[in-house]
Design a protein around this ligand. Sequence first.
Ligand SMILES: Nc1ncnc2c1ncn2[C@@H]1O[C@H](COP(=O)(O)OP(=O)(O)O)[C@@H](O)[C@H]1O
Ligand SMILES: [Mg+2]
Length: 356
Amino acid sequence: MTEPIIQLKNVSVEFNSKKKQVSAVNNVNLTINKGDIFGIVGYSGAGKSTLVRLINLLQKPTSGQVIVNKQNLLELSDKELRISRKKIGMIFQHFNLMNARTIFNNVAFALKGTDLSKKQKNDRVNELLDLVGLSDKANNYPSELSGGQKQRVGIARAIANHPDILISDEATSALDPKTTQSILELLDQINKKLGLTIVLITHQMEAIKQISHHVAVMDQGKIIEEGSVYQIFSEPQKSLTKSFINTTTRLDETLKVLYEQENVKHLSKDQKLLSLSYFGDSTDEPLISSLYEKFQVSANILYGNIEMLQGQPLGNLVVILSGTEQSVQNALNYLNESRVKVTELNPSEGDINELN
Ligand SMILES: Nc1ncnc2c1ncn2[C@@H]1O[C@H](COP(=O)(O)OP(=O)(O)O)[C@@H](O)[C@H]1O
Ligand SMILES: [Mg+2]
C-alpha cells in the first residue's frame, strides 16, 4: 500500500540579499510515501537542507504547497503547526547535544511539555536508550561518547515523541565508514520496527545505496532524477547521477588502472573493450559463455562485480571480446539486444565518464 505522507507541490525558495538572489529550491515536486526510506543526494549547495526544512516549515516556501500527513502546513495556525512539527523528528551532522546534561537528560529534554508522568518519562527514556543501544551510557556526558554514540543519542531524542517522519540531514557525514554503516543499520531497523518514514539527506551515494528504497538526485535547486534505488542504480539517465553511482562502485578508478595494462593499451581491430552492466533477470543467463557458442567470440574478463541491491542482483563486467571483426560485431549486436547495457570503451581516449 502506498500512501503519500509528504507532498511538496511546485515549491520554490528564494533567498534575496543585496548582492545576489539565490534560487535554493526551484519549482520542486516531490511525493514521499508512508514507511519509505527516501534518499535525497546532491553536492553541497544543491538545496537539500533548504528542501527538507520545508517539510516542517522551518523554512517557508516563496511559492508552492507543503502537505504533510494530509495537512496543508501553510494553512495551519501557529499552535496547529507546533503540534504537527512534533510528528517530525530531525537529526543532524553535528548532533546538537547539550554538553552540560547527561545522556539520559538529553533524551528526557525532548519529553518536556508532554503530559507524561515522571515515571512514564523515565520509562520512555530508558526504552529509547535501549532501542539505540546506549542503556549503559545513561549517566555519561556527551563529551564521553564517540561520534557514533552521540548520533545514537540524537536519534533517541528525535524519535522520543513517536514521530511519523524522521529527517536525517547529513547525519552520517561526520562519521567514519564503519560507524556510518552502524548508524544506517539503526535507521533501517527503526524504519522496519516503527514504520517510521525516513528522509535521508546526504552527499554520500553509498549511504543511499545501503538503506534507501527511493532516491532523488538534486542539483541547483532542482530534482533532476528520481526513482527506486534499483532503477536509478541500474539505469541512471543523468551524468550527475552516474558520477554519484561511480563513487560507490569505483568503476572509474578500476578503469584507470585497466587502461594502463599492456593488453588493454594495444587492442587489435578484432578486439573490443566493453563495459557490461547487467541487472535483474539478465544475470541468470550464461551470456559470456554463449558468446563463444554463438559467435566464436571469446571474452577475457578483466573486472567483475556483482552485488545485491534491494534483493536484486546488479553487476558490472569489463571484458575484452576477441574474434574476427565481423563476429565481434555480431556478438556486440547480440549483447545490445539482451538486457545488458553495453558501453564500448576507448582506452586511448581515456573515456570513463560515460559509465555507470
Ligand atoms: N538562510 C539562507 N540565506 C541565504 N542563502 C541561503 C540560506 N540558506 C541556504 N542558502 C543558499 O541556498 C543554496 C542551497 O543551500 P542548502 O539548502 O544548504 O544546500 P545543501 O544542503 O544541499 O548543501 C546555497 O547556495 C546556499 O548558499
Ligand atoms: Mg545541507
